[in-house]
Design a protein around this ligand. Sequence first.
Ligand code: ATP
Ligand code: MG
Length: 305
Amino acid sequence: MSGFVEKPEPVEVPGLEHLHTGKVRDLYRTEQGDLVMVASDRMSAYDWVLPTEIPDKGRVLTQLSLWWFDLLADLVPHHVLSTELPPGAPADWQGRTLVCRSLRMIPVEAVARGYLTGSGLAEYERSRTVCGLALPEGLTDGSELPAPIFTPATKAEVGEHDENVSYEEVARRIGAEPAANLRQTTLAVYARARDIARERGIILADTKFEFGYAAATADTEGAELVLADEVLTPDSSRFWPADTWQPGRAQPSFDKQFVRDWLTSPASGWDRHGEQPPPPLPAEVVEQTRAKYVEAYERLTGISW
Ligand code: ATP
Ligand code: MG
C-alpha cells in the first residue's frame, strides 16, 4: 500500500486552472499559459504522503531551488519566470510559489549519481551494473563511484517507484542527440552542485533533474534544454553530512532520518510492510525534521533562515 493518507483538496483561485496535485507540489496554469508550482509542507516517506505536515518545508524547498537555479544559470537556463504571487492567490503561498515557463517536458528523470546507494546499490549487488553501466568490484553502500554516472529513470505515478532504464533505452525514446545532450547537461550540473555542496560539508550523493524544451521549439534536435521542476533539494537529492560519511552502511539521511527512525520504531506502532497508512508524527519528530530542512538550506546557501 502507498499513496496519500488523505489527498488534499486543491485550493481554488480565480484565473488559475488546477492541473495536478503531486506528492508535494500543487500545479496550476495561468490564463497566459504559464505554470504555477506551489510547494506544500507535505512530506513523503516509505512511499506514503504522511498525514502530518512539516512547517516551512515548502518554503525551504522553493527558496533552495531558486538559490541553485540562479547559481547554475551560466550552465543551463531554468524555467522560473517570477516569484510574485498570481493575483488572488492566498497570502500563505508567498515564498513557496514559482511562476514558470510551461515547457515540453522530456519524459525522463535525469538522475546523476556520484555515490552508490538505493536502487543503484540494489542493481549493483545483482549484476555489478547500475542502469546497465558496468562498475568495478568492491563497492559498497555509500561508496564514491570512480566517476559520476547518468542513471535515467522513467517517471512513475503516485505510489509507484520510478524505474531505472538504460541510456540506450532513453536514446530510443527521445533520440540519440537529445539523449546525449541530456546526459552531458545532467552530469555537468551535478558536478558543479556536488563541488559547491562539498565545500559546505555536504555530500551530494545523487540527484534528479527534470528538463524540458521551450514549448515553441518544434524540433528536439539541437534545441536548448531548460532546467525545470525543483532542483537540488532534500526531496530530489540525497544529501549526506560529509563528516559522518562512512561507506559500508546506510548513511544518515539529512532530512528524513528522524521520520524514518520514528516510523520504524515500536513507538509508532506502524508496520511499513503492512496495509495500514502511517500514523501522524509526534511534535518532536516534526520539529527535528523541520530543523533539518532549515539546516540544509542554511548550510548550503550560507543564509540564515
Ligand atoms: P512526485 O514528484 O510527487 O512524484 P509529480 O512529479 O507527479 O509527483 P510534482 O513533482 O508535484 O508531481 O509536480 C510537478 C510536475 O510538473 C511534474 O510532472 C513535472 O514534470 C512538471 N513540471 C515541472 N516543471 C515544469 C515546466 N516548466 N513545464 C511543464 N511541466 C513541468
Ligand atoms: Mg515530481
